[in-house]
Structure formats: structure tokens, C-alpha cells
Design a protein around this ligand. Structure first.
Ligand code: ZN
Ligand code: MN
Length: 482
């Protein structure tokens, strides 16, 4: 196989998490009885007039700002004309042009394997509306469901020529983008339900050449894994075609998840002519500097910035930081505990071990549980100041999880405080040594490993309350004397 370079352009559609549709008051929801959330506007009946959804416009502006875009202070909607049964009006309201989309000329930095970042240029972020859905009926015919028609849809397109050069980067781009959309609260990011969809276009060219090869577009990618595998497959397929001396066809291909291969859907010999023109039913959008700046000022901290802060300022491992930021509510819970004086590493350890395990077992989220950040702060402090041992802390945490009682109260109730007093620990050690003379003999004859057994016995005798450090120190001393 010759050496090839791959270029991947990404086109992502995200359904906006608004309550109502883009140009009417019909509810936005997933599934349901077909054609129950429709009205003359989203059915495209003659004479029905659209009214833009302010919340949707604001969501796109926020996304554009988060993706470092320029904002079109004057922006209009266009009609993209084509015929298809899932498009009742015969056109899709969208946004055309280089600097007319609400956001344009931005970028997204994605983390790279070597700990750095790679900048992926964003060409535009625009607002449009979703289509209905065609479905095959059990009776043999086809039906169309317009419940989804008119749902606010945001389209995010990467720069040309593309910066993404393989399936791994495409997957990372999607991961970062999805997290940003969820952090901004503008999309639920459910690829499996189609609320976030991506259609990469992929081309390869011989190493050392500049001209981009013929591209194919890939559809039906409904998970991060399928994005990564689909692109990798397409690169191998195109390379085999070129190696055989043939030409890559410009076509749309579908990804078959089960077979892990792509199949030809339709040829794309020329770009469709959509006859875009400004939509006469919709007035131009105009924004003031103040409005845009207030949106910018109120953007939440974004995932990658959070990740850097967790690793740099809190000293968390990349693995731990990723676990926390993957769910913004989980990250906020963590930060609340840290703000209340919790040690970041200890809080994170408890969250990703005992707490996560118990929540997973019950299928609960942190917000549904009786454990608050305050519980964990108190518990980790009791451990840090030596009041309780790590072993007892596990039991205290489990009790707090069940009852919601504060760790400090639970410790007082059970009297399970740690014993740090030499004079209280010494008698226990003496007792254990006296009960195990043959083990002591083996230790003295050089078999140091038996010490662990003795420590275990002492901890058991003290019901886990003896401070392990002091036990070790005193045991060493007493073993010298016997
Ligand atoms: Zn409607
Ligand atoms: Mn689109």
C-alpha cells in the first residue's frame, strides 16, 4: 500500500434542547404517537407564518461563542429548496453564506495523545430546522411522522481544507463537541437517539501531494466508536481502490455497525442546487454588542479548561480528571466539596470508588443520594486528622449513604474513633505476641514476612480502630524486646 494522507471534514447536526419548535409552539420531544405534535406552521400549510424561537437563537450564539467564532451581528434565514416527503414545506429554513451564519470562523482545541492540543478550525455554526421522519409500516407501505419537523437544529461544520486527519481525531472532536453542548445545556448529545448526528466526509491523497482526493460522505454513525471505526474503514477502502489503479467515486456511503463496513448509498456527481434565497417570511436578526458580550460573560467553564484546572491546580491524574468532567453534574458536585474545604484528591478518590460504586448499584445519580458534598468533606477530614482509620471510614461512609447521617455523628454514636494512644495500643500488641509464640519465633529467625500477619491480628483485636502507623512502630519496638 502506498503512503496516503487522510482529510476528514465534519458536519454535525445537533437538535437544540428547547421546549418548543423553531417557528411554532409545538412541543419538542422524542418518539410518541406519530403526527401528534404538529400544527399548520410545521406542516407547511399555505398561509401559516413562522415566528422564530428566541431560545434557539440564543443557544446557537452561545455555542458559537464557546467555539471561538465570530458572530454575525446581522444574520438572516434562507430557504434551502428541495423536494422530499419528510419536508412538508418543500424547503428547509437554514442559513446560507460565508459570514451570514450566526457563528463563523471559529475553532475547537482537542487534546492529543502527547498531552498537547490540536486546533480544529470551524467554518460555521448555523441555525436551521429538522425534517420529519419516514418509516416503513408493517402493512408494507411507508408513512411519514412530522413530530420532528421544525425542531430547532444547529449545524456545525469544520473548516476547509480539513484539519482532522484520522478517525481517532474525529472521535476526539465529537467527544469534545458533545461535552461542550451538554455543558452549555443546548443539546442532550444522545447520538443513539439521533439528537446529535455526524456526517464526516473523507478523502485521501498520496503523501507529499497537496490536492485533496475525491471525498465520500459517511452516514448512519450513531456512536463515537462508529465514527472512529467508520472513518478508519473508509481510509482503508479508498487506499485499496487507489492501489488497484482505480478511482474513488464521489458518493454517500452508509456504515453497517454489525458488519463493520460501509456500503454505497448513492452517487453524488454534482452538488445539489438548492436555490437558496432569503426567506421572505422571516425578519433579519440583529444583535447588540452588549447582548453578545453578556452571553460571552455568562458562558460556563468548558470541559477542556476544567480538565486542565483539575490536573494542574488540583494535581489529579488525567484519568481521574476525565472521569469527573465526563458528567458536568458530577464535576459540579466535586467542586462543591472542594469549595467547602475538601482535599481534591481525597474527595475524588471517594467519589470514584465507594460513592460511584454504590450509586451504580442502585442506578442513582449523586443528586438522588443522601450523601452531600458536606458528608464527604467531613469524612475525609476525620481520616486526615487521624480520628478514624481508612477501614472504619468505609463503614462510616456506607452507613451515611444508607441513613444520610453526618460522618461525625456516626463516629460518635459507634465510638469507632481511631486509637492513637500508645498506652492503649501496647497492651493489644503484647496480647497478640503472647498468643502467637511460634510466629514470633519465625520472625526472629529471619522470616520478616510474618509481620504482616501480626499486624492483621492486632488490627482485628482493636476492631480496626488502632492507628496502623503507630501499630507498626510499636510492633517493631516490642519485637526487638522479646
Ligand atoms: Zn408546529
Ligand atoms: Mn443541515
Amino acid at each position: 500500500m502506498a503512503n496516503y494522507v487522510c482529510s476528514v471534514g465534519m458536519e454535525v447536526h445537533a437538535e437544540l434542547a428547547t421546549k418548543s419548535k423553531m417557528f411554532c409552539r409545538c412541543q419538542v420531544a422524542f418518539g410518541g404517537e406519530p403526527n401528534t405534535r404538529t400544527c399548520p406552521v410545521c406542516l407547511g400549510l399555505p398561509g401559516a407564518l413562522p415566528v422564530p424561537n428566541r431560545a434557539a437563537i440564543e443557544m446557537v450564539l452561545k455555542t458559537a461563542l464557546a467555539l471561538n467564532c465570530k458572530i454575525a451581528m446581522n444574520s438572516i434565514f434562507h430557504r434551502k429548496n428541495y423536494f422530499y416527503p419528510d419536508l412538508p414545506k418543500g424547503y428547509q429554513v437554514s442559513q446560507y453564506g460565508e459570514e451570514n451564519p450566526l457563528g463563523y470562523h471559529g475553532y475547537l482545541d482537542i487534546p492529543t495523545a502527547d498531552g498537547g492540543t490540536k486546533r480544529i478550525g470551524i467554518r460555521r455554526v448555523h441555525l436551521e430546522e429538522d425534517t420529519g421522519k419516514l418509516m416503513h409500516l408493517p402493512t408494507g407501505g411507508s408513512g411519514v411522522d412530522y413530530n420532528r419537523a421544525g425542531t430547532p437544529l444547529m449545524e456545525i461544520v469544520t473548516d476547509f481544507p480539513p484539519d482532522i486527519s484520522n478517525g481517532d481525531e474525529a472521535k476526539e472532536y465529537m467527544t469534545q463537541l458533545r461535552q461542550i453542548l451538554i455543558y452549555l445545556g443546548v443539546c442532550d448529545g444522545k447520538m443513539e437517539e439521533g439528537s446529535m448526528r455526524c456526517e464526516p466526509n473523507i478523502s485521501i491523497r498520496a503523501f507529499g501531494t497537496d490536492e485533496l482526493g475525491t471525498k465520500t460522505e459517511l452516514k448512519n454513525l450513531n456512536s463515537f466508536r462508529s465514527v472512529q471505526m467508520g472513518i478508519a474503514f473508509e481510509v482503508r477502502r479508498q487506499a485499496a481502490v487507489l492501489d488497484a489503479g482505480e478511482k474513488v467515486l464521489q458518493e454517500t456511503r452508509g456504515w453497517n455497525e454489525q458488519r463493520e463496513s460501509s456500503f454505497a448509498m448513492r452517487l453524488k456527481e454534482a452538488e445539489n442546487d438548492y436555490r437558496y434565497f432569503p426567506c421572505p417570511d422571516l425578519v433579519p436578526m440583529q444583535f447588540t454588542e452588549e447582548y453578545i458580550e453578556s452571553l460571552r460573560a455568562n458562558l460556563p467553564e468548558l470541559p477542556l479548561a476544567k480538565f486542565r484546572r483539575y490536573t494542574d491546580d488540583y494535581g489529579l491524574s488525567e484519568y481521574d480528571a476525565n472521569l469527573l468532567i465526563s458528567d458536568v453534574k458530577w464535576a459540579n458536585w466535586f467542586e462543591e466539596a472542594v469549595n467547602q474545604g475538601g482535599d481534591p484528591k481525597s474527595i475524588c478518590n471517594w467519589m470514584s470508588s465507594d460513592f460511584a460504586k454504590m450509586l451504580n448499584e442502585e442506578g442513582k445519580s449523586a443528586a438522588d443520594s443522601k450523601i452531600t458534598p458536606k458528608h464527604l468533606v467531613e469524612l475525609t477530614k476525620l481520616i486526615a486528622d487521624g480520628t478514624i482509620s481508612g477501614k472504619i471510614a468505609k463503614k462510616v461512609f456506607a452507613d451515611a449513604y444508607q441513613t444520610g447521617k453526618m460522618p461525625g455523628d456516626l463516629v460518635k454514636e459507634s465510638g469507632a474513633t481511631q486509637i492513637t494512644d500508645d498506652s492503649a495500643i501496647k497492651p493489644i500488641i503484647v496480647e497478640v505476641l503472647a498468643a502467637n509464640p511460634e510466629v514470633v519465633e519465625r520472625y526472629k529467625s529471619g522470616q520478616q514476612s510474618v509481620k504482616g500477619f501480626l499486624v492483621g491480628q492486632i488490627m482485628k483485636q482493636s476492631q480496626g480502630r488502632a492507628n496502623p502507623g503507630i501499630v507498626n512502630k510499636l510492633l517493631d519496638e516490642l519485637l526487638q524486646e522479646v
